[in-house]
Every structure is written in structure tokens, then in C-alpha cells.
Design a protein. Structure first.
Length: 135
């Protein structure tokens, strides 16, 4: 993104990318612009970083001494996911990517269910939210 981007323009770009990403999927909550403002605050609080590639996608990650964990990755073209992750090509640490099952990434991987919703038990009856949206 451009260095002069304001928080407002960043929120707009995130919202637009996420909207385009989930438009063909089911089971995803469409975040509001206010949600993205809160995500930016959360990133700051937990020292997570955001890489936003205009009109292509974004990812949120955290750097540890021995690894990099990408907690969210949004991409508009499945072929661009490697381009997004290649941001770390000069880094020798392991990279862990939490992503949807459509993503095709070369390397060792394990399919896991990281977050489950208890909505089916009637404990939480808000169909606009999924467990990963609750902090």
C-alpha cells in the first residue's frame, strides 16, 4: 500500500477485499467497516502486522523468534496466495498459515479444524458471528 494511506482508506481496502473474497463462499460473516477498525486496533494491541497488497489481498501475521504465523489471509485469485506468502522468502523461519481449504500451498501441511462454533447446541444464537469473530 502507499505510505500516505490513512487508516480510513486502509479500512476501505480491507472491507472491499474481504467482501470480494467471501462473495462466492458460505459460512463467512461479512465484516463491517467498524469491524475492520477494531481489527486494526487488535493488531496493534497484540503486535500483529498487516500486509495489504492493493487490489490483490492481505494477510495478518505475528512474528515469533522461531516462526511466523499468518492468522488470516484473504486473496482474490487463488494463484496469488503464493505471491502473498513470498513476502517472507528471505526469512529462514517456519511459516504457519491459517487459511481456507481452497488454498494450494506447497510444503508440509496438516488439515485441522482450528475453530468450531457451538451455535448448533443453542448456546450462541447469533448467526452473524462465528467463533473466530468473538474475542
Amino acid at each position: 500500500i502507499e505510505p500516505k494511506s490513512t487508516a480510513r482508506s486502509i479500512v476501505g481496502m480491507l472491507f472491499s477485499l474481504a467482501y470480494k473474497y467471501i462473495s462466492s463462499l458460505t459460512g463467512y460473516k461479512l465484516r463491517s467497516r467498524e469491524d475492520f477498525k477494531l481489527i486494526l486496533k487488535r493488531n496493534e494491541t497484540f503486535h500483529d502486522k498487516l500486509i495489504l497488497i492493493k487490489d490483490k489481498g492481505y494477510f495478518i501475521y505475528h512474528e515469533y523468534e522461531d516462526r511466523i504465523e499468518i492468522s488470516e489471509i484473504i486473496y482474490l485469485d487463488i494463484n496469488l496466495i503464493v505471491d502473498l506468502i513470498s513476502y517472507f522468502k528471505e526469512d529462514n523461519r517456519d511459516i504457519y498459515v491459517n487459511c481456507d481449504l481452497n488454498a494450494s500451498i506447497n510444503g508440509e501441511y496438516e488439515i485441522i479444524i482450528e475453530m468450531m462454533s457451538n451455535q448448533m447446541n443453542g448456546d450462541l444464537i447469533n448467526f452473524n458471528y462465528f467463533i473466530n469473530e468473538i474475542y
